[in-house]
Design a protein around this ligand. Structure first.
Ligand code: SAM
Ligand code: SF4
Length: 462
């Protein structure tokens, strides 16, 4: 597979377990100073088995996360626009040979209904997801673009979606240009596995069976001017240490080629999917403890890259991972096209089952209870603070003050407009406490924004 040197990864992993405590302490000290780690150093941390050192890795990840991102956690919801697919990924419920799946591609009016349902519950950020195929008579790219435009156009009162990210099949440079022009935020694509042989075994037919076309999709997106990219690996297909070093090698390639790495990383674990035997018994299932290590080591290896956690994980696991470096979480997700409805039975077949079925309000309440500020902010994207411009602000820590301020303003908007009395009470208390506590925030401006929210003005940001 392009960009991935398997021999190098295997050698690094073989050598990593021989490392002594002194070397480990040096690596953790380097991570604590917010420096990006080398592949070799990441391999060493992934190979730690001593519980005392694992705890040290966790503590350092928590420190790095708090130092760079502060206490805010961004919320989003996926919108599955279609489950039509020409590929046959062995782990996925949407695979083309799953003949029992109820197939559906949402029409424009249905997308609007779905978004209105999400807007009524307070959502502001969407990840549009789909299989690799479009309804008859339409090209994939035209279908995606129409969906993105429809999502942005939907309104409920003063509320509309602020940012649409897209997780779809690889495109050509010219199609990526069209996708960018439709106003997307992040283009997200997971390599699934960085192990060549496993990749070929898992993707037997369809365009996705070419690993090089997939791994080079972010290059084409960058070439088309999309500088906000999300990548990921699907844990459970191959050895988790190898996959993590594969992911980091992919990031190294992007940094070398484009001077900026991905904006976000995702680390989905395989969940049971009706119609996919493999998903019920993944060949390399990763334990909860090792999964936590993956998240913590990623936080230390690429401290300025966001880490996304979906509702594939249970509520308890998601809460634990927040301390280890996760910066974005989805809430109240459905993985079936048409799934956002008070009658979920009526929707089409789902991609996989979820580990966390809490409502957005329950997720907000839980974040507040764990002292994390739920954020509905999309300011960076709207102010064009993406790609290298974002990294220049993120590295000296400048972004943290803006993020905290936008998080508190968007939280107040959410509480005023959508929350129950109980969540309002805990949320307002949190806002008051952080208003007095945050030292890198312009209090005068924040107060002004709060007054504006009280006066009914929405969607102000810095
Ligand atoms: N069809 C496009 C593709 O494959 O890139 C985009 C959408 S696909 C629905 C999004 C992601 O879902 C895949 O990249 C894969 O990592 C993940 N996925 C597929 N089956 C899964 C399963 N059983 N459990 C968890 N995640 C799964
Ligand atoms: Fe289709 Fe994506 Fe599922 Fe593969 S992972 S079957 S490409 S929807």
């Amino acid at each position: 597979m392009k960009y991935i040197n398997e021999e190098k990864i295997n050698n690094l992993l073989a050598d990593a377990s021989k490392v002594d405590c002194r070397k480990l302490d040096l690596i953790l000290a380097k991570a604590r100073s917010l420096q990006r780690l080398s592949l070799n150093e990441s391999a060493v941390l992934l190979s730690v088995n001593d519980p005392e050192y694992i705890q040290k890795i966790f503590n350092t990840a928590n420190f790095v996360k708090d130092t760079i991102y502060g206490r805010r956690v961004v919320l989003f919801a996926p919108l599955y626009i279609s489950n039509l697919c020409v590929n046959s990924c062995l782990y996925c419920g949407f695979k083309t040979d799953n003949i029992n799946l109820k197939r559906k591609a949402l029409a424009t009016s249905e997308i609007t209904q779905q978004i209105q349902w999400l807007l009524r519950r307070g959502h502001k950020r969407i990840l549009a997801v789909c299989g690799e195929a479009a309804p008859a008579g339409q090209s994939n790219i035209d279908y995606y673009i129409q969906a993105v435009k429809t999502i942005y156009a939907a309104v409920i009162g003063k509320h509309r979606i602020k940012r649409v990210n897209v997780n779809c099949a690889p495109l050509s440079v010219s199609d990526f240009k069209k996708l960018k022009a439709s106003g997307i935020g992040t283009f997200q694509i997971f390599q699934e596995t960085y192990h060549d042989q496993t990749y070929r075994q898992m993707h037997l037919s369809g365009p996705k069976s070419d690993p090089d076309n997939r791994i080079s999709a972010p290059d084409r997106a960058f070439a088309a001017g999309i500088d906000d990219i999300g990548i990921g690996a699907l844990y459970g297909l191959y050895d988790w240490r190898f996959e993590t070093l594969g992911l980091l090698s992919h990031i190294e390639h992007l940094e070398e080629e484009f001077k900026v790495g991905p904006h976000t990383i995702s680390v989905p674990r395989i969940e049971p999917a009706e119609g996919s035997e493999l998903s019920f018994n993944p060949p390399y299932r990763i334990s909860d403890e090792d999964f936590k290590k993956v998240v913590a080591v990623l936080r230390l290896s690429v401290p300025y890259t966001g880490i996304i956690m979906s509702t594939r994980e249970s509520a308890t696991m998601r809460d634990a991972l927040l301390n280890l470096g996760v910066s974005q979480v989805s809430a109240e997700s459905s993985t079936s096209p048409g799934g956002y409805s008070d009658n979920r039975e009526a929707s089409a077949g789902s991609q996989f089952s979820l580990g966390d079925n809490r409502t957005i309000e329950e997720v907000v309440a839980s974040l507040i209870a764990h002292d994390y500020i739920p954020s509905f902010c999309a300011a960076c994207y709207r102010m064009e603070r993406t790609g290298d411009a974002f990294m220049q602000l993120a590295k000296p820590g400048t972004i943290k003050g803006k993020c905290s301020m936008n998080a508190l303003v968007t939280l107040k908007e959410y509480l005023d407009d959508f929350a129950s009395a109980k969540v309002k009470a805990s949320g307002y208390k949190m806002i008051e406490r952080y208003f007095n506590q945050l030292d890198n925030v312009d209090q005068k401006m924040l107060k002004l924004f709060f007054n504006h929210v009280d006066a009914g003005i929405r969607d102000e940001y810095v």
